[in-house]
Design a binder for this molecule. Structure first.
Ligand SMILES: *Cc1c(COP(=O)(O)O)cnc(C)c1O
Length: 405
């Protein structure tokens, strides 16, 4: 028996997923069935302000009409086209993307997710330099496939899957002397997030990121920036690297790239060499549907001035939170509309309390609330988020049961 989507209750959804989905997610008590802009609706019709945003995917908002129209149009023409064959939607998107990526990064490998983008960048750095080593940062997150996972810091994510890929070392973030010590003649790449997302929302200092770029160049290694989460306007520039005046050799993109459709990309700078046909590929990479959606999403980002909007609204929102001087809050940090609120307590019960209050937020480590709202979120919606945070975080520690967790 199969039930049509749209007819299932929250209970039915939870039961079917609990029965048939591999048990890999910490499930929340919520099933979302529709979205528009910065809002989503649950199966019972209740509306939430969505500061999870598909883990930062929904930069242009849920179901942006221009993205939906581009998908509908392309879906009626051609859905799949292998990399060995040319395609109009792909060619047009590549040219469009090359206009907005940092100077010199005008060639791309298209794939389907963030981890694939990181995986490809690691392979390209090894092929380009003939060296094995990758230096990444503590607290860094780069994805779940074995190569990207080897670059990821969190032991809990890695432990069940040993042995991982060899050649990876981790250094403290924002510590240039430690990086200088770790980068050797065996280093293919330094791999960093400009703002660590999953690890707790920690922006790199300008001196660190600029120093890392210089160091990599001086020692014959490549700089890979993982902008899977920070890319496409999230931090207040189209790419976070622009805040720092840093141009990486390889730039990893995904999440917000295609307005909600699965897609990833690696942008290649002039120092990347040694690639040849057959070395790497992806069946779905550069498919016409994703490319059409990505082109429309990029137009929306630029036409609606969303990076500038993220800068303006994000700064004002951070100021507002600091003004509230909430007793449960240790620090507010972030860049643009990538915001971390470090608590004195565990974040989970507060996330549940926020959900009760109609605001969806996510964690970044045990004590940090992370907000990744769509960049189209209205000022009024953000004021509602601030008010909900003010109420929920005003008290001392929220008991898990009181918060409905
Ligand atoms: C989400 C994320 C990834 C992994 O992306 P997936 O699409 O889940 O594979 C990699 N790097 C960073 C910085 C991310 O935020």
């Amino acid at each position: 028996m199969s039930a049509a989507p749209g007819t299932l209750t929250a209970e039915a959804i939870a039961a079917l997923e609990a029965r048939h989905e591999a048990p890999l997610y910490h499930k929340r008590d919520l099933a979302v069935v529709r979205g528009e802009g910065a809002r989503v609706w649950d199966a019972a019709g209740r509306c939430y302000i969505d500061c999870i945003g598909g883990h930062g995917v929904a930069v242009v908002g849920h179901c942006h009409p221009k993205v939906v129209a581009a998908i509908r149009e392309q879906a009626g023409r051609l859905l799949t086209c292998p990399g060995a064959l040319g395609n109009d939607a792909r060619a047009a998107y590549l040219a469009r993307l090359a206009q907005v990526t940092p100077p010199g990064l005008d060639r791309f490998f298209l794939c389907n997710s963030g981890t694939e983008a990181v995986e490809a960048a690691i392979k390209f750095a090894r092929a380009s330099t003939g060296r094995p080593g990758v230096v990444a940062a503590r607290r860094g997150f780069h994805g779940r496939t074995l190569g990207a996972l080897s670059a990821t810091w969190k032991e809990q994510y890695k432990k069940p899957f040993q042995p991982l890929v060899s050649g990876f070392t981790h250094v403290p973030f924002n510590d240039l002397p430690a990086l200088a010590e770790a980068v050797t003649a065996d280093t293919a790449a330094v791999l960093l997030e400009p703002v660590q997302g999953e690890g707790g929302v920690y922006p790199a200092t300008p001196a660190y990121l600029q120093g890392a770029a210089q160091l990599a160049r001086a020692r014959g290694a490549l700089l890979i920036l993982d902008e899977v989460q920070t890319g496409f306007g999230r931090t207040g520039h189209l790419f976070a690297a622009e805040h720092y005046g840093v141009v990486p050799d390889l730039l990893c993109l995904a999440k917000g790239i295609a307005g909600g459709l699965p897609m990833g990309a690696v942008a290649l700078g002039p120092r990347v060499a040694g690639l040849s046909p057959g070395m790497h590929a992806s069946t779905f990479g550069g498919n016409p549907l994703a490319c059409a959606a990505a082109g429309a999403a990029l137009d929306v980002l630029l036409d609606e001035g969303l990076p500038e909007r993220a800068a303006r609204l994000g700064a004002a929102f951070q100021d507002r939170l600091r003004e509230l001087a909430l007793p449960a809050v240790r620090e507010v940090r972030g860049l643009g509309l990538m915001i971390g609120i470090e608590l004195r307590f565990r974040a989970a019960p507060y996330l549940a309390a926020l959900q009760q209050a109609g605001v969806l937020a996510l964690a970044a480590g045990p004590q940090v609330i992370r907000l990744l709202p769509p960049l189209v979120i209205t000022e009024e919606e953000l004021a509602q988020v601030a008010a909900a945070l003010g109420r929920v975080l005003a008290g001392k520690e929220v008991a898990a049961d009181a918060a409905g967790a």
